[in-house]
Write a protein that binds this ligand. Structure first.
Ligand code: APR
Length: 253
């Protein structure tokens, strides 16, 4: 059943030259990865973000955090990109298309679906670095096959401090170079397609407004209303793995 919202969404997509897809955890929900704030299933309903995603808790007791991030990385390795991830990669490969991805996600599903050059605002589950000297670390990781309460992080071969996940924790700044790339893309784009984010975490959630203030149109694809719905030109009630393939298929017809 084609709704009016669908027709409006399709018009935005058809009229756009440059497109930037702005994604959050909901983009990977249909790949089986938990979001953060969905009622009942969100990660923050199971663990306290202050205890598992803050620099203070890392300094106090790193072993539970190290175990938790390795478990999330293990779950991600066993997950597969969904039809939404693949539709974005297909879209970018259409003749004349210019489609980029800026994500808050730390999984690698956009890349595994075929999108290269993804801007990762909050880092990646598969980047590791020294807590103190920040040197990247690419040692052997023994990914757990089930969740464990504690695991000892490796130590840096240079300065012997602990290796940490290459993700942004609450209280930390976003990587400056990724932030600047994202801002520049938002200033240049004709259309932002927002998928899978509740829009509650700054500064990332402020990026669609940067685009709007530079004249871009905003399309949100979401199963429910979010903090960003009111700023969208069209907010289409759908999901990543259903809505995106439907739109991209129309572009190929
Ligand atoms: N398709 C599209 N959207 C979905 C789907 C789906 N299948 N399932 C859920 N959603 C939507 C939810 O309705 C919600 O609006 O995805 C959004 C997920 O919101 P959050 O769980 O808050 O995730 P996100 O917005 O990415 O969180 C931002 O918060 O904890 C930090 O660093 C973490 O990057 C994360 C940031």
């Amino acid at each position: 059943m084609r709704t009016e919202q669908y027709a409006d969404a399709l018009n935005l997509v058809r009229d756009a030259g440059r497109v930037e897809v702005f994604t959050g955890a909901g983009m990977s929900a249909e790949s089986g990865l938990d979001t953060f704030r969905d009622a009942q299933t969100g990660l923050w309903t199971k663990v306290d973000p202050a205890a598992f995603a803050s620099i203070d808790s890392w300094a106090r007791d790193p072993e539970p955090m190290w175990a938790w991030y390795l478990w999330r990385a293990s779950v991600c390795r066993n997950a597969a990109p969904n039809a939404g991830h693949r539709a974005i990669a297909d879209w970018a490969s259409l003749p004349g298309a210019s489609v980029g991805v800026t994500t808050q996600n730390i999984d690698d599903l956009h890349e595994r679906a075929g999108t290269d050059d993804v801007v990762h605002l909050h880092g990646s589950l598969f980047d590791y670095r020294c807590t103190i000297c920040s040197r990247p670390w690419r040692g052997e990781i023994d990914y757990p096959t089930e969740p464990v309460a504690r695991q000892t992080p490796p130590t840096c071969p240079q300065c012997e401090n602990l290796i940490r996940p290459g993700v942004v924790w609450f209280g930390e700044n976003l990587p400056q170079d990724e932030w600047e790339r994202a801002e520049e893309r938002m200033r240049q784009t004709d259309l932002v397609v927002i998928i899978g984010t509740s829009g509650v975490v700054q500064p990332a959630a402020g990026l669609p407004l940067v685009a709007k203030q530079a004249g871009a149109k905003i399309l949100e694809i979401s199963p429910e209303e979010t903090e960003l719905s009111s700023m969208a030109d069209v907010s289409w009630r759908n999901t990543a793995a259903r809505g995106l393939p439907e739109l991209v298929l129309e572009l190929t017809l």
